[in-house]
Design a protein around this ligand. Sequence first.
Ligand code: SF4
Ligand code: SF4
Length: 100
Amino acid sequence: MKFKNIKLLVRSFLTGYRGEWEDICHNCGACCYEKSEEKNGTIIIDFDSPCSYLDTYNHCCTIYTDRFKKCKQCSRLGIWHALYARWLPPDCGYVRKFRK
Ligand code: SF4
Ligand code: SF4
């Protein structure tokens, strides 16, 4: 892990800031589709089954500021997800930034 990423990680823990953290997401929308796990542990993202709040044309959430209140499946993506969540695709901005 590069030094700048450790600094970003520590800052995210200590301050809970969202600005730079959210900028890491490049809005691909891949985390907003149904996911399943195969027997061998592989995570499959079903791109035919988007969250009902996802605008699949521009990959944006249509309820972004209220998403945790309105969508039961939606959870805040934090540093542990960035480091360990197997359902994030390899080209997710957080995966690329924190799992080098
Ligand atoms: S509610 Fe959550 S899972 Fe659904 S589109 Fe918005 S950010 Fe994605
Ligand atoms: S998969 Fe990663 S980069 Fe893509 S929308 Fe989700 S958090 Fe953002």
